[in-house]
Design a binder for this molecule. Structure first.
Ligand code: ADP
Length: 673
């Protein structure tokens, strides 16, 4: 076996590859950029090589630096992970020249599958079902209109070199071809340096279902069942699962066999994925083949019991696959949620910064966390804002969903915004529970974007009870200090009033009686019976004072609630929702009612920076009148330019920041008159 492998990647996938290498007794080399000096993959590897500055173009994408790092450390093979150089044939050539093994498919297969038009032609030849359409290159709008008419509306216009959902547009009529074709073409040109476009039928209510393959150099190609990745935001996967709730055994076998046929047609070795779209009648059509390990591979591992990275390493070394098709089974159900540093309440703007506190859920047979960050680490502007891939496993879909919900509840992240409220909301949607999915799921379920309203309204009783218990415990502790004059100690009341605050400061009050029963259960267990109004809640918890997670058995059910102590009161998080509360004695509550409420300042007259970033340019001057929709400024963050537009007609009264300024989140840029 290889003695040493270099991982030409960073973040969670680099850490994931290192884990398997350790298991196999293979030494590892990590490469890193300036920004990743203290990253987790650097800490985990046996050897490390610094390869350049923070931008990927000056480090992780530099072929010669990585080849040099291999030579310097005598690494015999390279695992490319996904993204970066994983599908770059120049990289492969450079490695081959130095006789370093690339852990992945051969260059010819990557090349054949790298182009959408060419791969579709290959698929047709291998008798793989493809989306009906025109496979020539379309020259201009007039040509596009003719083809679209022949194919029949609606159609999908796609860039042949496309990826990541770029250069792709639906057209439902000639007008939309007119409008969208050239835009897609120029997007393709600027993103991929290649403006070849083609047109295919748009499949309505499609599901995205993909087949995982693994092949060795001895002619064995297996399909490791499917993953369904229909929950997508702007063509980017959000929640994936295996198996698909939609496939039957017959369709699974047909898709698997076609995927194998395609792989064999290009003499594919290593792990690869054939993506299909599936219509409502279970007709399936080839989309593309990804010639690398995919982000969502863990769900396949969880239901098959296989380690895909290990298999990739073994076949790269020349070994035969240790299993046959008949050995590939489906055991239970697995889900993956992509946890991102982005703010779902602000249209998913990326959020950078330090993970001030970070406690991932505990891993066990039902929960797997693939991450590349740790407490104190940074989500930097230079890379993908992924925090982790959170996976759950259960004996069926329902159980896997319950484990995922619980894991999300206990995922504690502070310092950056994250999308856990959104993920929790998706899991709670009826259509998700029913497995009634399509790639339009998010657009249809969140037509106005995501907001608090998308979180199912919950009875606040449990949260109110927990707030009262926590507060009661803190007050008891401060009342219990030693050296008090007998008979003069502070009395801790059993009766409290919990005021929960909603948007705009509106609040409701809940009278609560707490009776702690600590004797039976020992000092470490917070056990209490709480009466919230007329309801009674029994709570047993091993919560330690100060701990951010309150896990407890509440009326016989296990729940986890995140509790942040604030200068006044507490902030509780559960099932994606957040609630601010104050816990008062009866007298305090009377007085609190008299306190005037300070409304939050009206910021609608200002343009605020929606994220930390760089103010690239200002499109307006003081005194200028602007119309709704006009561009005001451009802010760059997370490798993306974000155009800030006027929400309504207004006059620019004052400009606070010049172009070139670094902005914090919510920093004022412009004031309107
Ligand atoms: P990319 O390489 O940019 O990711 P894909 O061809 O893989 O592009 O398509 C991405 C997503 O776009 C698919 O998962 C599917 O949701 C949607 N899509 C692509 N082609 C079609 C089509 N012909 N009809 C309907 N949806 C499509």
């Amino acid at each position: 076996m290889f003695k040493k492998i270099l991982i030409a990647n960073r973040g969670e996938i680099a850490c994931r590859v290192i884990k398997t290498c350790r298991k196999m007794g293979i030494k590892t080399v990590a490469v890193y950029s300036d920004a990743d000096r203290n990253a987790m993959h650097v800490e985990m590897a046996d050897e490390v090589v610094h390869i350049g500055e923070s931008p990927t173009s000056k480090s992780y994408l530099l072929i010669d630096r990585i080849v040099k790092a291999c030579k310097q450390t005598k690494a015999e093979a390279v695992h490319p992970g996904y993204g970066f150089l994983s599908e770059n044939k120049e990289f492969q050539k450079a490695l081959a020249k130095e006789k370093i093994v690339f852990i992945g498919p051969d260059a010819h297969a990557i090349e054949a599958m790298g182009d959408k038009i060419e791969s579709k032609k290959l698929a047709q030849k291998a008798k793989v079902s493809t989306v009906p359409g025109f496979l020539g290159v379309i020259k201009d709008v007039a040509h596009a209109k003719k083809i679209a008419k022949d194919v029949g509306y609606p159609v999908m216009m796609k860039a042949s070199a496309g990826g990541g959902g770029k250069g792709m547009r639906i057209a439902r009529n000639e007008g939309e071809v007119q409008e969208g074709f050239e835009r897609s073409q120029s997007e393709a040109k600027s993103s991929f340096g290649d403006d070849r476009m083609f047109i295919e039928k748009y499949i309505e209510q499609p599901r995205h279902i993909e087949i995982q393959l693994i092949a060795d150099r001895h002619g064995n190609t297996l399909y490791l069942n499917e993953r369904e990745c229909s929950i997508q935001r702007r063509h980017q996967k959000v929640i994936e699962e295996a198996p698909s709730p939609f496939l039957d055994a017959k369709t699974r076998k047909a898709m698997g066999e076609q995927a194998v046929a395609l792989a064999k047609a290009v003499k594919y070795v290593s792990a690869g994925t054939v993506e299909f779209i599936v219509d409502t009648k279970r007709n399936f059509y080839f989309l593309e083949m990804n010639t690398r390990l995919q982000v969502e591979h863990p769900v396949t591992e969880l239901i098959t019991g296989l380690d895909l990275v290990e298999l990739m390493i073994r076949v790269a070394y020349g070994e035969k696959l240790p299993i046959k098709q008949k050995d590939v089974k489906i055991n239970g159900w697995a889900l993956e949620s992509r946890v991102y540093a982005e703010d779902p309440y602000r249209n998913f703007l990326p959020s950078t910064g330090r993970l001030v506190r970070y406690i991932p859920p505990e891993e066990n047979k039902n929960v797997r966390v693939d991450t590349g960050v740790q407490q104190g680490g940074e989500i930097s502007v230079f890379y993908d804002p992924m925090i982790a891939k959170l996976c759950s496993w259960g004996k069926d879909r329902k159980e896997a969903t319950l484990h995922m919900r619980a894991a999300l509840d206990s995922y504690y992240i502070r310092g950056v915004s994250h999308n856990i409220p959104f993920l929790a909301s998706v899991l709670g949607k009826k259509k998700f529970e029913d497995g009634d999915l399509s790639t339009n799921f998010i657009a249809e379920e969140y037509p106005e974007g995501f907001s608090d309203k998308d979180l199912p309204a919950k009875d606040p009783t449990v949260l109110v009870a927990v707030a009262a218990i926590v507060h009661n415990a803190y007050v008891r502790r401060s009342a219990g200090i030693s050296g008090q004059i007998p008979g003069h100690g502070r009395k801790v009341p059993d009766h409290w009033v919990v005021a929960s605050y909603g948007a705009g400061g509106k609040h409701s009050e809940h009278p609560v009686w707490v009776s702690p029963e600590r004797k039976a259960l020992g000092e470490n267990i917070v056990s209490a019976t709480v009466k919230v109004g007329k309801k009674t809640v029994h709570v047993n918890s091993a919560w330690a004072m100060g701990a951010p997670l309150f896990s407890a058995e509440v009326n016989g059910k296990w729940v986890t609630i995140q509790v942040d102590k604030r200068p006044v009161g507490y902030r509780l998080f559960h099932a994606g929702a957040q609630m601010d509360v104050g816990v008062y004695t009866v007298r305090e509550a009377e007085l609190a009612r008299l306190m005037p409420h300070k409304p939050p300042p009206d910021m609608s007259k200002y343009l605020l920076s929606p994220m930390p970033g760089l103010l690239v340019s200002l499109a307006v001057k003081e005194g200028q009148e602007v119309k709704a929709g006009e561009t005001l400024a451009i802010v760059e963050a997370m490798k993306m330019e974000n155009v800030l537009k006027a929400e309504r007609d207004a006059t620019v009264k004052k400009i606070y920041e010049p172009a070139g300024a670094s902005l914090a989140v919510d920093q004022m840029i412009i004031e309107f008159g």
